[in-house]
Design a protein around this ligand. Structure first.
Ligand code: SF4
Ligand code: SF4
Length: 131
């Protein structure tokens, strides 16, 4: 199944081998921000999202799963007291996460992932040689 947004395709491609069958996606519309799930995540991939009030971002915080780091262990979904975490098939998770994420900080992180290219390396060597 194709991914809906290009920015998620890149993160998914990085895990083309040994990818988990399912990933955790938080439906933030029902999340209370209790942060119980964070304590259960063995790979520490659930991040706190600042609240919407820029003057007081510590109010009404929610949480968000960093999908590229999730190993699909299901512990967060099992222990969320509000049953607001769904385990979704790998491709579905990347498609649905944007719909369920009201406040996100992780998309920007995925987009910033550095990509090293051969032409850059070559130009650096040339710079040293001509200096
Ligand atoms: S345990 Fe559930 S309700 Fe609590 S912060 Fe995590 S996802 Fe939200
Ligand atoms: S499924 Fe496991 S690894 Fe993924 S967010 Fe939940 S607790 Fe963390």
């Amino acid at each position: 199944m194709p991914f809906l947004e290009a920015k998620y395709e890149k993160a998914a491609m990085l895990r083309s081998s040994r990818r988990p069958k399912q990933l955790a996606v938080i439906n933030q519309g029902s999340c209370t921000g209790c942060m119980v799930c964070i304590d259960f995540c063995p790979v520490d991939c659930i991040e706190v999202v600042p609240g919407p009030d820029l003057d007081n971002p510590s109010l009404h915080k929610l949480v968000e799963v960093d999908l590229p780091r999730c190993i699909g262990c299901t512990l967060c979904a099992k222990y969320c007291p509000w049953e607001t975490i769904e385990m979704l098939a790998f491709e579905d998770a990347y498609s649905i996460a944007p719909e369920w994420t009201l406040r996100g900080i992780l998309e920007q992180v995925w987009e910033r992932e550095p990509v090293q290219t051969e032409p850059e390396k070559r130009s650096r060597r040339r710079d040293r040689a001509t200096a």
